[in-house]
Write a protein that binds this ligand. Sequence first.
Ligand code: ZN
Ligand code: ZN
Length: 69
Amino acid sequence: MKTTDECYDEPYTGTCPDCEGTGRVECDVCEGEGGTDTEVCAACNGDGGMICPECDGAGEATYHMGQKI
Ligand SMILES: [Zn+2]
Ligand SMILES: [Zn+2]
């Protein structure tokens, strides 16, 4: 879901599109696997996920003029 044009220039708070409100995203280093059979992923410590960088784990984000604020 993308922000529609009609609310483009007004601050818009909504569910974070990156994590869909969970505040967490799949680790992009190990693609959610947590590492390989022999190695734990250093980026997520084997967790397979990380705090969403888009909303810092809040699960929602506020945008204005297409920019996160
Ligand atoms: Zn990882
Ligand atoms: Zn997020």
